[in-house]
Design a binder for this molecule. Structure first.
Ligand SMILES: *[C@@H]1O[C@H](CO)[C@@H](O)[C@H](O)[C@H]1NC(C)=O
Ligand SMILES: *[C@@H]1O[C@H](CO)[C@@H](O)[C@H](O)[C@H]1NC(C)=O
Length: 315
């Protein structure tokens, strides 16, 4: 009797083990398949399409692993930096380069045709926009004088291509600098009368007027190998892994009437990362840090408000 019971529970146990074994094999197969497909870009980009960041589709997995695990920023970036002398900024409010700033005074809430378009109203008033561009000129003159190369990136670069200036519903500027220049950048930008450089060990720095930190210029640093440059700051790496052959030698574009340094193939770089025909509203207000509802629209639905370039008409 006991023997019989034992043997039946024994065989049930065996059956369970067999099933577990089978499930494990299936799991192992799927796991191996996914692991293998990670290294075959065509498979990787197909199977992981929904979760794989768009700018990573063109980059080998081995390179991405290198970037992720072997990217190190400099140490002690915030250590005290004595200015040998405070220098004057050399860019005044009446600088002729500030004469061509685009203003959107006539675009206000009562002009919009649909409620959701209110997320695309101009964000900076003329005074703040002028301050932003003046701050940029101070930064660019100072860096150029010391031979530090930089270029515009992300939303600011979209602005160059699509709006020939700031994206109207945006409020900051993003620039990229090679990390080898971080000490020079700190030294140069910390010592300008009336301006502040805020340094941060994660290598996302900000430059602004001493009387108001808003609006500001965002400074990101990159490193690179023979083929790519990528951001030191990890949360920026999804939008900043660029093929060197598309970046250098740098080119120039027009931003609010001034000449600005851009990557060599701005449009190629941007199309690999973004859908330029879709206009995306801000996810937060930089002045109040308040999160905002993110709204996507075909840019062509905003043609009645703004002139845009390089945009396809979408129904
Ligand atoms: C402004 O010009 C002076 C004289 O040419 C120069 O010494 C100084 O470094 C300049 N300031 C900046 C921020 O480049
Ligand atoms: C900002 O800089 C100017 C020029 O150096 C100075 O006169 C002023 O006191 C500074 N303001 C603040 C709030 O630090």
């Amino acid at each position: 009797m006991t023997n019989k019971l034992l043997s039946s529970s024994n065989s049930r146990c065996k059956m369970l083990l067999k099933r577990l074994h089978y499930a494990f094999k299936v799991f192992l197969f799927i796991f191996m398949f996914l692991l293998l497909s990670m290294f075959i870009p065509l498979l990787r980009n197909t199977f992981l399409y929904p979760v794989w960041p768009k700018p990573w589709r063109h980059i080998g997995t081995v390179d991405l692993l290198m970037m992720e695990f072997f990217t190190e920023g400099p140490q002690n970036v915030a250590s005290l930096n004595q200015c040998p002398a405070i220098v004057s900024p050399n860019v005044s409010q009446s600088d002729p380069r500030l004469l061509n700033i685009q203003t959107y005074d006539e675009i206000s809430e009562d002009r919009i045709r649909y409620g959701e378009h209110k997320h695309f109203l101009p964000l900076l008033n003329e005074e703040k926009k002028r301050r932003l561009v003046q701050t940029y000129l101070v930064l660019s003159d100072a860096l150029n004088r010391r031979g530090v190369q930089f270029f515009l990136r992300a939303g600011t670069l979209i602005g160059v291509l699509r709006h020939r200036g700031l994206i109207p519903w945006d409020d900051d500027m993003d620039i990229a600098i090679h990390v080898k220049d971080w000490m020079t950048v700190r030294e140069v930008l910390s010592c300008i009368e009336g301006y502040v450089l805020k340094v941060d060990p994660i290598m996302h720095w900000k430059f602004f007027v001493n009387t108001s930190w808003y609006p500001f210029i965002d400074i990101f640093f990159y490193t690179g190998n023979d083929e790519y440059v990528w951001a030191i700051t990890d949360y920026t790496r999804r939008t900043m892994v660029l093929e060197i052959s598309h970046v250098f030698p740098l080119s120039t574009g027009v931003f609010e009437g001034i000449e600005v340094p851009t990557p060599k193939d701005t449009e190629i770089i941007l199309r690999k990362q973004y859908d330029l025909d879709t206009c995306v509203s801000r996810s937060s207000n930089h002045e109040t840090s308040q999160p905002l509802p993110e709204v996507d629209l075909p840019c062509s639905s905003l043609f009645y408000l703004y002139d845009m370039f390089h945009v396809n008409y979408v129904e």
